[in-house]
Design a protein around this ligand. Structure first.
Ligand code: FA5
Length: 346
């Protein structure tokens, strides 16, 4: 039996709606589709408006088909919404997926500054020889930095230490030697064996070998039987532990106002083993520190009787030592904070 035009209209509507629905992949478009076909003013309602005007005999069939079409569209709509949501969820998961098997980023660990490392190495060597660490101040008075070390105002030796003055009386220490007096005043009248590590400041031109701030390690031993032989033994032991057992060590006469006699200590050049090269300026030797027997007046300034006590002292620069040991050709690397330099010292 042929279908009525209204039923055919319903069938066509269903085909068209389902074909359109199959193309839709986003929730806004789907909602627009729902309003267009199933809404109160939608296409289905428009067709059903004519249902009441059909002859009664045709109504049941048309009513049945219209229900089927409505249910089919609603079911297809729900299924499509579900499918689109599922696809969106899967796309989001694919975007956010974590591959837990990938290796992690390496953790970047901090490390000690090469000056600190060298300082600790130096202090450890002297600790093995019975030296304790004594900390002294970085801001000093002229009295301690110079006068009590036999360097009165206008003494020509002041030229050796270009100084940052904070005011007429107060300076940034130019060397760790004022700590000798402070240690003596703290320990007197007992024997002393200390090292004094710390920062020093000099108002001088910065070059590949000289900075305006640098570390020093001072050493001081005071007792009733301390001799130059002790000084030599301690410094040779230090040089060989620091730079290798085969090192040759040379004591050269020098002058410091606060030691008498005074020496400078050289080791045979690490680069050419004493043959002569640019590093040792073709002498075969490189200087590593200044030292001497504590001047009687300095002992007295520290509270010790020079008729009873003697002592030795030395002062060395950890940056210069590190430069020799690691072949660093410019001291400015130490405080310019370039990670490419600092990271080489793990
Ligand atoms: C002194 O400062 C004496 N106080 C050392 C001393 C102590 C002698 C005890 C006798 C007894 P000098 O100026 O040479 O001496 O410095 C000692 C060391 O400090 C040098 O060998 C060097 O390693 C380091 N040093 C000196 N000036 C600088 C600088 N501008 N930059 C980096 N290191 C420096």
């Amino acid at each position: 039996m042929a279908e009525t035009p209204l039923v055919e209209q319903l069938v066509t509507l269903r085909q068209q709606a389902l074909a359109e629905l199959a193309q839709l992949a986003d929730l806004n478009a789907l909602d627009a589709w729902r309003i267009r076909y199933l809404g109160r003013k939608g296409a289905l309602r428009q067709v059903l408006r004519d249902l009441g005007r059909l002859p009664p005999a045709q109504r049941p069939r048309a009513g049945q088909v219209s229900n089927e079409v409505k249910e089919a569209l609603e079911a297809a709509f729900a299924a499509r919404v579900q499918a689109v949501k599922q696809a969106q969820l899967e796309a989001a998961l694919a975007r956010e997926r974590l591959d837990v098997t990938l290796p992690g980023y390496p953790v970047s660990l901090g490390r000690l500054h090469p000056s600190t490392q060298t300082l600790r190495e130096i202090v450890a060597i002297f600790a093995d020889m019975g030296f304790q660490v004594f900390e002294s101040r970085e801001v000093e008075t002229d009295l301690y930095n110079f006068e009590l070390l036999n360097i009165p105002p206008y003494h020509p030796a002041r030229d050796m230490w270009d100084t940052f003055y904070l005011n007429e009386r107060v300076v940034l220490r130019t060397h760790t030697s004022p700590g000798q007096i402070r240690a003596m005043q703290a320990y007197c009248p007992h024997p002393i064996r200390v090292v004094l590590p710390g920062m020093c400041y000099r108002y001088e031109a910065v070059t590949a070998r000289s900075e305006i701030m640098f570390h020093q390690v001072e050493g001081l031993a005071v007792g009733t039987h301390v001799t130059m032989a002790d000084l030599k033994g301690v410094l040779v032991t230090f040089a060989r532990r620091m730079f290798g057992e085969q090192r040759r060590v040379r004591f050269r006469c020098s002058h410091f106002p606060f030691t008498e006699p005074s020496v400078e200590v050289d080791i045979d050049c690490l680069v050419c083993s004493g043959q002569g090269c640019a590093v040792c300026k073709h002498t075969g030797w490189v200087e590593i520190l200044g030292a001497g027997m504590v001047h009687p007046q300095v002992l007295r300034n520290g509270g010790y009787d020079p008729e009873v006590f003697t002592g030795f002292a030395f002062g060395l620069g950890p940056e210069r030592i590190a430069m020799l040991k690691y072949g660093i050709d410019d001291i400015r690397y130490f405080f310019s904070n370039d990670l490419r330099f600092l990271e080489q010292f793990g």
